[in-house]
Design a protein around this ligand. Sequence first.
Ligand code: PXP
Length: 240
Amino acid sequence: MQLLVNIDHVATLRNARGEGYPDPIEAAKVCEDAGAAGIVFHLRSDRRHIIDDDVYRLKKSVIGILDFEMAATDEMIRICREVKPHLCTLVPEGREELTTEGGLNMELVKEDYEKRVFPAFKDTGIEISLFLDPNPRDIELAHKLGTDTIELHTGTFANAPSEQAQKKELERLRHGAELIHQAGMKVNAGHGLNLENLPLLIREVPYLEDISIGHALVSKSLYWGLEKTVKEYLKIMNAG
Ligand code: PXP
C-alpha cells in the first residue's frame, strides 16, 4: 500500500491570487521527500486548479509515480499521451461539480471507451485506472474492457451520514476490492479520505495499493506543514 498525494488544491490556492505561489511542483517535491510514493493531479477541462504548464513541470520533477487524473476527452488523451505518466486515472467530469462526484457509469461509457479511449492508449505503456463505485457490474464491465487497475471511489464511505451507512458502504468496498483482485486487476482507492477515516478503510478493505489523498491532506498541512502531514498519513498506512 502506498500514498499518492493529490496536489490540485495547492494550485487552487495559487490561482486565488494569480501569483506564482504556492507552487504545486514545489509541494510535490516536499511530499515525495517526506515519503509519498507519488503525486496525483487532475487536469480539468476548465483548468480551475492545475494548468497545462504544471503538468509538464510535474512530469520533469516527480521522481515516483505520476498519476494523471482526467476525463477521457480527446484533448486530455492527447496531452496524456504526450506527457506519458505512469498512471492515468479516468474519471467522469461535470462542469458544475465542486469535485468528482462518483465513479464512471460503465454501462454508459463502455462503447466509447472500447472504440475510442482504450485504443488511444494502446502501446503507450501508460497504466490505465478507471474510477468506479464499488458496483459489481461496473467492475465486471471494466475488466472486460481490459483495464489494469480500478480506483474505488471512497467518497460515499467518507461522507456517510450515519455509522450504519458507513458500515454498509465499507462492506461494498470490501466486496468490490475482492472482485477486482480476483479478476487480476490492481485495487486503488481515493476520495474524501482523511486521518480519521483512513484507518477504518485500511482495516476493512483488502488488497489496497495506491491510495490517493488530496483535499484533507493539503488542508491539514496549513496547520502542520506538508512534511509532517504526509508523515502522519504514512504512519497510518504503515501501521495498516
Ligand atoms: N481520486 C479521484 C479519482 C479524485 O477525483 C479525487 C479528487 O480529485 C481524489 C482521489 C482525491 O480526493 P480528495 O481530494 O477528496 O482526497
